[in-house]
Design a protein around this ligand. Structure first.
Ligand code: ADP
Length: 192
């Protein structure tokens, strides 16, 4: 293809991927409403999963001039059972938000061990950014569906307000919790 055709097709691909993201969010939201959202349990390699998940976002971070790093506590067991697809979805969602709301600085992704028994691993995943931050009074509402921290008329950023609501449901299915530590202008850390 000549450069102009390549450019047009790139735009078409980006638009299609964006639309697919919205369709998938709406489908997940419909499953939550119907109480049909379920986990699909399989064995997986956590390090491989995290590295594959971060790769596309690392390229985007580089294009935006942001540093992106991934750190996995060596005490985290590498082979786990869980829903790797849904785990990936949560991480992608949090990292995409970090990219969207951070103009300069860095994004730091961290996986830590909390508690390991013979049968269960309790882990904490965190995504920390140096972006615009969220005022404390908005912390409870951003995890609700169709809620965004800034008013719709003043919005600079796209989005549906469904991502965190879906993450919250998925984390609950994994018997976990999701929370944010942030204040306006001082970046955000989302953990689950
Ligand atoms: P969306 O990003 O589609 O608007 P989400 O449910 O993912 O929906 O996020 C809800 C809102 O929470 C966002 O609109 C934004 O106001 C706020 N938010 C989420 N992540 C961040 C972040 N990393 N930094 C600042 N604000 C954030």
């Amino acid at each position: 293809l000549d450069p102009e055709q390549k450019d047009y097709l790139g735009t078409v691909r980006d638009a299609a991927q964006h639309l697919l993201g919205i369709v998938n969010d709406v489908l997940d939201f419909a499953k939550i409403e119907a109480q049909r959202l379920e986990l699909d349990i399989a064995s997986f390699d956590l390090i491989q999963l995290m590295e594959h998940t971060i790769k596309p976002t690392a390229i985007q971070a580089q294009q935006q001039g942001l540093d992106l790093s991934l750190e996995i506590d060596p005490l985290v067991p590498p082979y786990l059972q869980g829903d790797p697809g849904r785990l990936r979805q949560i991480v992608v969602n949090l990292v995409s938000n970090a990219l969207k709301f951070t103009e300069s600085g860095s994004i730091w992704i961290n996986v830590r061990k909390q508690r390991i028994t013979d049968k269960e691993a309790t882990l904490t995943f965190s995504v920390k950014d140096t972006g615009i931050g969220i005022p404390p009074e908005k912390h409870p509402t951003i995890f609700e569906s169709f809620r965004q921290a800034e008013g719709s008329t003043t919005r600079r950023f796209g989005g549906t307000g469904l991502g965190l609501a879906i993450c919250k449901q998925l984390v609950a299915l994994m018997e976990g919790d999701i929370w944010v530590d942030s204040s306006l202008g001082r970046g955000s850390t989302f953990s689950f």
